[in-house]
Ligand binder design. Structure first.
Ligand code: UD1
Length: 337
């Protein structure tokens, strides 16, 4: 079976490519390198001893996309491609709408044209907004607070409309909680451009000496230690969730939606402590004001994915931190090392 992976050089995609290749799938990947590096593709090929059919293509280039579909005869698509920085999306909403929405519409149109109607879509727990209670099930009301989140929710809604109109589509919407960690080889991992926005990449840079001190965004939330609580999930567990979703699509389920999380919440301070254990030293931090738009607490109810996909996250927080540390130590400058 041949899978097209969009955003195929990115963080979650590279781990998914590796599991796809190890699982016997053929992988065709496209990426425009806005926020990624060809090195991740090369490393996955090296780790698996298998080839990825790679194209440097932007999803906004519909003709190029058509050529790939004509040539490669893919069976299903995993759609990761998209811009994902919340702050940037607030200041440049049009860029987000153009890239994420137009890119997805092009992809869906070309899929329809070539009668490839199996899709796994990379959504986010951000579509739950500030949930009234935790854990969060797939039935919770949806709302968003920024343009990035809006693109995820709008794409979800487009997919629900498409599925309602044409029952021959099979679509799995996967709502990720907070992906962290890296492959245990330490050869592929998260490589954000510039100063990281997300907690764990930031901690990793402080541990390696590239940044001075961790900024904890608020310690006055209504949580056990006052800092924000999230459901951190190992990226390899997340990648394996995509394999289960591809398997599910082969049973013609129509449109299905799953939370991919562990079901366990950790605070910012928990993460700092666990990372200190992984790297064997104390890490400096300061308490800053809350980051605008942040919520106190969210974590998944992952029961549906367990029951319907037979998927469960098995890698714990210690492994998430150890694997991040290994990746950061082996690649202090990410793929540019
Ligand atoms: C963020 C995005 C979310 C996106 C997800 C993708 C925001 C508001 N939300 O989630 O839409 O889907 O990334 O990975 O950006 N924190 C610090 N110091 C830091 C960074 C973060 O204390 O330097 C805290 C935050 O306040 C939060 C927790 O760490 O409590 C996790 O933050 P982060 O890693 O940025 O993820 P989210 O905000 O949950």
């Amino acid at each position: 079976m041949k899978i097209l992976v969009t955003g195929g050089a990115g963080y979650i995609a590279s781990h998914t490519n590796l599991e796809l290749l190890n699982g016997g799938y053929d992988v065709v990947a496209v990426d425009n390198f806005i926020n990624s590096n060809i090195e991740s593709v090369k490393r996955v090929e090296k780790l698996t001893g298998k080839k990825i059919s790679f194209y440097e293509v932007d999803l906004l280039d519909k003709e190029a996309l058509r050529e790939i579909f004509a040539k490669e005869k893919v069976d299903a698509v995993i759609h990761f491609a998209g811009l994902k920085a919340v702050g940037e999306s607030v200041s440049m909403p049009l860029r987000y709408f153009k890239n994420n929405l137009s890119g997805t519409i092009n992809l869906l149109e070309v899929m329809e044209e070539f009668d490839v109607k199996n899709l796994v879509f990379s959504s986010s727990a951000t579509v739950y907004g500030d949930p009234a209670t935790v854990p969060v099930t797939e039935e919770f009301p949806l709302s968003v607070t920024n343009p990035y989140g809006r693109t995820k929710l709008m794409i979800e809604e487009m997919l629900r409309d498409i599925s309602n109109a044409d029952k021959t589509w099979n679509i799995a919407i996967l709502r990720y909680f907070n992906p962290i960690g890296a492959h245990e080889s330490g050869d592929i991992g998260e490589d954000p451009n510039g100063i990281p926005n997300n907690l764990v990449p930031y901690i990793a840079k402080v541990a390696s000496g590239a940044l001075e001190t961790i900024h904890v965004f608020g310690n006055d939330y209504d949580t056990p230690d006052g800092t924000g609580v999230r459901d951190y999930i190992h990226v390899v567990d997340l990648a394996l969730g995509h394999i289960k979703a591809i398997e599910k699509l082969q049973k013609n389920p129509g449109l299905v939606t799953y939370n991919l999380g562990t079901g366990v919440g950790y605070s910012v301070m928990d993460i700092i402590e666990n990372y200190e254990k992984a790297c064997g030293k104390k890490l400096p931090y300061v308490i800053d004001p809350r980051r605008p738009g942040d919520i106190a607490e969210t974590y998944a109810d992952p029961t549906k994915a367990k029951e319907e996909l037979g998927w469960i996250a098995v890698r714990g927080i210690d492994k998430m931190c150890e694997d991040t540390y290994r990746w950061q130590s082996k690649n202090p400058n990410g793929y540019k090392s």
